[in-house]
Design a protein around this ligand. Structure first.
Ligand SMILES: Cc1cc2nc3c(=O)[nH]c(=O)nc-3n(C[C@H](O)[C@H](O)[C@H](O)COP(=O)(O)OP(=O)(O)OC[C@H]3O[C@@H](n4cnc5c(N)ncnc54)[C@H](O)[C@@H]3O)c2cc1C
Length: 354
């Protein structure tokens, strides 16, 4: 039996960023062990994101947490990364005539973060937008691309440097609270600690059930992304992210290709999500309808599970019923961009109990 003070289940951005924050504050006192089922960290949702930082995305609470983390992305702690975590990528929101109300609400909810743009400017920014399809435009000038690999690796190295013990290929199979400690069974022996953190992403509901606490209503939703080859004569690197305000699609340049998604949200069991042909065909059709691009060649396709609580707000709290059980779930479509602030807030709550 391996003893620890805090056991974290899940080696995606949620678990690893929390391990970094806990380890940095523990001054050799609390032992943090992170258990990840796969041989590699970040191989599920964290490794499959679109790498966007947007302060207008999600509900009001999510937007606050995202904005709180902006400074971390711009000025990470010394030695955290060997280069910038973010690079500018403004977002152009496009609206069809039927989306006008939605665009107006969006602008009202995001003063200082998004502003209207004229059709002429929008078409100059993204010349492939088909004339006449979209009638309303807005821009979020300060959104960015995130270097997710660099961010994740920064948190991983910070956790290790401060003494966290990260163990891969350890699948949690049972959880029980006995005499003031949690006992966790894995494929490779037992672990015990007074505090256990459920950061298992799409499997968060499953871990809750193993602990006898139910699944918190967590719902994994599959989302598909593709990489499309642009025509060779097209200069795309300076395009913004183009986001349909009515949630039909987004696309942006990514390493010489066009990353696009049909913004699908298909309920799924937790699994190694794979793209469905219908969703790939949908994004190709929507892109051809919205732009003058012809989708000849899809270079890559993938899918990931974005997991939501019933109110679509990430949940990071101790359980009301079960002492020492901390939920860190429901990061939805914003788990990368909220990781600096949520990891800090979660660590503060946990350390206050030690
Ligand atoms: C297509 C797509 C685009 C996205 N775009 C963005 C974006 O632009 N910006 C943004 O901020 N977010 C984005 N997201 C969302 C973001 O990727 C997620 O919110 C985030 O990665 C969730 O991290 P996580 O650590 O909770 O989950 P995960 O990365 O899935 O990590 C959970 C880990 O728990 C492990 N685990 C599960 N069960 C067990 C067990 N029994 N024992 C041990 N380990 C276990 C799993 O193996 C997994 O590694 C996107 C997601 C998708 C799919």
């Amino acid at each position: 039996m391996t003893a620890a003070d805090i056991l974290i289940i899940g080696g995606g951005i949620a678990g690893v960023s929390l391990a970094a924050r806990l380890a940095s504050r523990q001054s050799g006192r609390a032992r943090t062990v992170l258990l990840e089922r796969e041989e590699m960290l970040a191989m599920h949702t964290t490794g499959r994101s679109a790498a966007i930082f947007s302060e207008t995305y999600g509900n009001a609470q999510v937007r606050l947490w995202t904005r709180e983390g902006r400074d971390f992305f711009l000025n990470p702690p010394a030695g955290f990364a060997d280069g910038p975590l973010v690079s500018p990528r403004p977002t152009l929101f496009v609206a069809r005539p039927g989306d006008t109300e939605r665009l107006n609400t969006f602008l009202r909810e995001n003063p200082g973060h998004a502003e209207p743009m004229t059709p002429a400017k929008a078409h100059a920014l993204v010349p492939v937008l088909r004339e006449g399809v979209f009638t309303g435009f807005a821009v979020e000038p300060a959104s960015t691309d995130i270097d997710v690999h660099r961010l994740f690796d920064g948190f991983r190295r910070m956790a290790l440097k401060n003494g966290a013990d990260i163990r891969t290929y350890r699948e949690v199979r049972g959880l029980q609270r006995k005499s003031g400690v949690w006992t966790v069974e894995t494929n490779d022996g037992g672990y015990e600690a007074p505090i256990v953190v459920n950061a298992a992403g799409a499997w968060g509901g499953h871990i809750g059930i193993l602990a006898g606490l139910g699944d918190y209503g967590l719902q994994p939703l599959r989302r598909t992304a593709v990489m499309i080859e642009p025509p060779p004569e097209l200069e795309i690197s300076s395009w913004p992210l183009v986001n349909h305000i009515g949630d039909d699609f987004y696309f942006k340049p990514d390493a010489g290709l066009i990353l696009a998604s049909p913004l699908d949200e298909t309920p799924s069991e937790p699994c190694d999500a794979q793209p469905e042909e219908i969703d790939v065909a949908t994004i190709a059709a929507r892109l051809e309808e919205a732009t003058t691009l012809t989708v000849h060649r899809i270079r890559r396709r993938w899918a990931g599970l974005r997991s939501f609580t019933p109110d679509r707000t990430p949940h990071f709290e101790f359980d009301d019923q079960a002492e020492g059980f901390f939920w860190l779930i429901g990061q939805g479509g914003y788990g990368i961009q909220t990781s600096p602030s949520i990891s800090q807030r979660a660590a503060d709550k946990i350390l206050a109990r030690l």
